[in-house]
Design a protein around this ligand. Structure first.
Ligand code: F2R
Ligand code: MG
Ligand code: MG
Length: 349
């Protein structure tokens, strides 16, 4: 489809859910041979396995809250979104949440809470979380707001409800920016896409809070910009091993060690790769490659899936995969609603 077409919205929201559902199989695994990944993905083609056999995890549970809140409030409403996070957690606490964030989610469900950002600020002795929990649910912000400044602002605020460390919420901003640009058809050529992300993140990371957090955590002055430069170097190379990707970019639960990795997965898989079946299109390659990195597979595949889905559109996703994943069909319906909201906002309505 053309820029910001319905197909791209559907692709982004549905492929994010798929990445989470199929990636759950390998979350936390140190090594994941590609044969195991392909076996897992091939099993989804088995028609007897339809009807949502793969459950979604916290990634999708929280993204669904973001979507519902943005649609119901026709924009960002911190009280409403926070309340939805708290309620979702108290209803289904077993979705595999991070060990720290559960404390925030319990506090967010307290009816008397007035400052909804306060529980997140209390995390990790007041340093806040740098986990990827803000980034894993950031894609819907790019689907609700046509204006780039709004995408940055609200993806950041939405992440701060649970992640007050700049290395957490800036990861959410980067993920939302990547989906926003992919939605416009700006992912290819990849060098231009990365340069655009670097230019935006230069601005996002140009402040004292970010510099201070980076200093405490012994990271580069602008941590996400530095990682994006590494992504650019890696995509310039004709051959890159999985070990090199992990050692240069990471595959862990920190936003810094997973958002740039997800972006790399999408860009690396724009072309056919020797290790992947020739029959696979770009979106299937992206999901398979994300799983083969091991580590935080559900979240990296969820974020890479959302970016790739915004690029390739819904037609690139195998129907058999959609049928196997809990929440994928709901995501498809909600993508249509976000598409309407996006164009309503674009018209200033
Ligand atoms: N939690 C998981 N996976 C663990 C296995 C779950 C298992 N399947 C099960 O069912 O039990 N996955 C999910 O968590 C990630 C997102 O986490 P989020 O929301 O960012 O949580 P949290 O707790 O804020 O941060 C995660 C961990 O990062 C470390 N950390 C963060 N900030 C820190 C800081 N300032 N100082 C030190 N450590 C910090 C901690 O270890 C946190 O627990 C996704 O992968 C999602 O899929
Ligand atoms: Mg998860
Ligand atoms: Mg995860």
């Amino acid at each position: 489809g053309g820029p910001a077409s319905l197909s791209r919205f559907r692709g982004a929201l549905v492929a994010g859910v798929l990445g989470d559902c199929v990636g759950g199989e390998f979350e936390g695994a140190e090594e994941v041979p590609m044969e195991r990944v392909l076996q897992h993905l091939n099993s989804l083609d088995d028609e007897t396995k339809g009807n949502g056999i793969l459950d979604y995890s916290d990634d999708t549970a929280m993204a669904r809250c973001v979507v519902q809140s943005l649609l119901t409030r026709t924009g960002y409403d911190e009280q409403d979104m926070a309340r939805r996070f708290g309620k979702e957690f108290s209803t289904s606490p077993g979705r595999g949440y991070g060990s720290g964030v559960v404390q925030v989610l319990k506090k967010l469900s307290a009816p008397q809470l007035s400052d909804v950002y306060q529980p997140a600020r209390a995390q990790f002795n007041g340093r806040g979380s740098f986990g990827n929990g803000g980034a894993m649910r950031a894609a819907p912000f790019a689907l609700a707001f046509p204006d780039l400044a709004d995408v940055k602002r609200f993806a950041g605020l939405g992440a701060m409800l649970t992640h007050s460390c700049s290395l957490g919420y800036n990861g959410a901003i980067l993920q939302a920016l990547a989906v926003h640009l992919a939605l416009q058809g700006a992912l290819d050529p990849p060098q231009q896409f990365i340069n655009r992300l670097i230019a935006e993140m230069e601005e996002v990371e140009d402040n004292e809070v970010t510099r201070n957090d980076a200093r405490i955590l012994k990271e580069a002055e602008k941590p996400f910009c530095e990682r994006l430069h590494r992504v650019r170097d890696l995509i310039d190379r004709s051959k890159v091993s999985i070990e090199e990707v992990i050692s240069e970019l990471g595959n862990g639960v920190a936003a810094l060690h997973s958002v740039p990795t997800a972006i790399f997965c999408v860009l690396h898989c724009l072309q056919p790769r020797e290790c992947l079946p020739e029959s696979y299109g770009g979106l299937e390659r992206t999901i398979a490659y994300s799983l083969a990195l091991g580590g935080d597979t559900d979240t990296i595949a969820c974020m890479a899936g959302a970016i790739a889905g915004a690029h390739y559109g819904i037609e690139a996703i195998p129907q058999s995969w959609i049928k196997c994943c809990e929440g994928a069909e709901d995501a498809d319906v909600n993508a249509g609603r976000l598409h309407a909201l996006y164009y309503q906002s674009a018209k200033g309505g």
